[in-house]
Design a binder for this molecule. Sequence first.
Ligand code: C5P
Length: 234
Amino acid sequence: MIKLRNPIMLALDVDTDEHALRILDQVQDSVGAIKIGPRLNLRYGATFIEKVKAFAPVFVDNKHFDITSTVLAAIQASFDAGASFATVHALNGEDTLHKLSLLEQHLNQTRPFKVLAVTILTSWSQVNFAENFKQWSVGEHVVSMAKLAEQAGLTGLVCSGHELALIQKHNLFKVVPGIRTEEDLKENTQDQKRVMTPKQAMNDGASGLVIGRSIINSKNPRDTVKRILESIYS
Ligand code: C5P
């Protein structure tokens, strides 16, 4: 079991290590995990993950979708680099997800590590869904992928806050992106479509909240983290 100090998984979506470390310096002991995507992974790789690990557990978010052997090797590489979480698409299918669950079990003999299955991206909605997905609702797709991940032996997924109620009975570690504070909701949700406040998502059963721009683009990231945590626990 990976123990987080709180549910905030900070999306460190910047382009340079210098910028990333400046943000981390401010929020260092106040976030639960730090999510690093391709923007930093491709530039700085394992050396950077090693550095970030000192602040909080690292969530490597490359959302792999490929043939089984490539996905397994990528997840192994994420673990070797020091990640505690790594993402793959649930659409990789049951066989790949099952092999990933066996790899996860094996890796957990060394230290806690979780593979998260991404269901439907929070930047998608029923309206901008790919045409061949539209015969089902977003919710139906997410429920079906949650079942698939669980049957395959995985224990973590990524979905929007909107589907939490639908997968309530699934005992999974539920990571929720598309989080916006009350103030953000009044303005612009950028490319995110299925959005929810931190408090609502936690009340509906989220285990972790992916939050990026609301924190990293704020004047004082440390205060913003504090305010978000207060809003959750108030
Ligand atoms: O809070 P903000 O909108 O800035 O968060 C953006 C982050 O959420 C990006 O790092 C993106 O990769 C991540 N995300 C995710 N899973 C999704 C949708 C977005 O991890 N389904």
